[in-house]
Design a binder for this molecule. Structure first.
Ligand code: ATP
Ligand code: MG
Length: 390
């Protein structure tokens, strides 16, 4: 049997002239999310999406749709033709599917199709009476029912549902532009990426690694994190940038307390150039103000100093606890805490500077061939695609 899922969206209804653009993109993202669950049919009518799908795939579809940004809620529905008898019989099916002896119910009708002959209160009481007459152990409770049978009478049919499952909210991925996520193997940056996607950003990821000090394990970890993110954002292009030579040069030639800040300044130079090449308009990071010595305001300023592209930091005011909660919720946490070396943890100075002046950093950088290192790193980037379907 074919079943129907009703999908509601929220914020994008507000976007005025851009509305069709948002709606089309959300339609595409919904279709993409259902890969492998064919046959299905997605339609859009009057501000709602309807997915027609086989009974067997209903639950899987529901779970996938809970990861499509822009979706506010999902209801499995029974569809009735526009006559009262068919509404009765679909209401009975819905009740039966949720039936336990002694349960209470209430019927709640909304009639946006004013051509339908019965008023909402009539449909409520007639359907209620019909259900009570079916010989089940049932009672009506309008204040605190075990189940509400919602009947939505629209132009093309009536939709009956009792369950409303929350979606992730946000904006459809792809409507607000492209971002480059600086993705480490830690807890924060995947969460930052997820939050950017939630606001509609289509994401590419850039990871710096230091072979042979960081091995395949570190790369697999980052690929697994991209895989988790791709369930929300679609395929992710992952750029792997070699960082070993840069770290060696900095370590040999620059004052130890500045290592992390200097490394960051080179990372962001590389990231900016890559973003330009890929027509990406902003960088995203997992930085959070004051979380560690390298994330003081002065250090963030020192990083911004070498780039002109906007650097967006979705986690800037989040506590670690709040970040971890999201990380668990999106199933990234167990991957993030796998013990693999990150390129930045290899050369951690004992006393990192918290207040470097730009002049001091520039002076330190005179000791290394910055431009050559950036160019070399860029030229040796290896790019992979992490697919959401597989
Ligand atoms: P995370 O959990 O994201 O690693 P963190 O608290 O460990 O964050 P840092 O290691 O100081 O913080 O990194 C700050 C940010 O710099 C990261 O959130 C990430 O955006 C970027 N970053 C750090 N290391 C790398 C790396 N190896 N490759 C790409 N980006 C990185
Ligand atoms: Mg880190």
């Amino acid at each position: 049997m074919n079943r129907l899922l009703l999908i509601r969206y929220g914020e994008i209804a507000l976007k005025g002239g851009n509305r069709p653009f948002f709606e089309k993109r959300l339609l595409r993202n919904i279709q993409d999310s259902l890969w492998g669950l064919r046959p299905f049919e997605v339609t859009f009518r009057r501000g709602r999406y309807y997915v027609k799908i086989s009974d067997d795939n209903l639950f899987a579809a529901q779970q996938r749709l809970q990861k499509v940004f822009g979706v506010v809620s999902i209801s499995p529905v029974f569809e009735a033709e526009l006559n009262i008898e068919d509404i009765y019989s679909e209401a009975y099916k819905l009740l039966e599917a949720n039936y336990t002896p002694g349960m209470s119910f209430k019927v709640n009708t909304r009639r946006s199709n004013k051509n339908f002959p019965n008023t909402s209160p009539e449909v409520n009481s007639n359907t209620g009476a019909y259900l009570l007459d079916r010989g089940l152990d049932l009672k009506v409770d309008v204040h605190n029912p075990n189940i509400v049978i919602n009947i939505d009478i629209r132009e093309k049919g009536a939709y009956l549902y009792s369950q409303t499952i929350p979606g992730p909210g946000g904006m459809p991925v792809g409507v607000t532009g492209k971002g480059l996520l600086l993705l480490s193997g830690g807890i924060d940056s995947p969460v930052a990426g997820w939050m950017a996607s939630k606001r509609g950003i289509e994401m590419e990821a850039l990871h710096f690694h230091s072979p042979p000090f960081t091995g395949e394990g570190a790369i697999n970890k980052v690929m697994d994190l991209c895989k988790v993110l791709s369930a929300y954002s679609g395929n992710i292009t992952l750029h792997l940038a070699p960082f070993t030579e840069i770290q060696k040069q900095i370590r040999q030639n620059c004052p130890e307390p500045m290592l992390i800040t200097l490394m960051r300044r080179i990372m962001f130079r590389v990231a900016e150039r890559l973003a330009l090449q890929r027509k990406i308009s902003a960088l995203f990071t997992g930085e959070s103000l004051g979380q560690v010595a390298s994330q003081t305001l002065e250090n963030l300023v020192a990083i911004n100093d070498v780039t002109s592209i906007p650097i967006l930091r979705p986690l800037i005011s989040f506590d670690k606890e709040e970040i971890i909660n999201i990380s668990r919720k999106i199933n990234a946490f167990d991957i993030s805490i796998r013990p693999f070396e990150d390129c930045c943890t290899l050369f951690v100075p004992r006393h990192p500077v918290t207040r470097p002046t730009i002049e001091e950093l520039q002076k330190a950088e005179e000791k290394i061939p910055v431009e050559e290192l950036v160019k070399d790193c860029l030229e040796n980037i290896e790019t992979r695609t992490i697919k959401s379907r597989e």
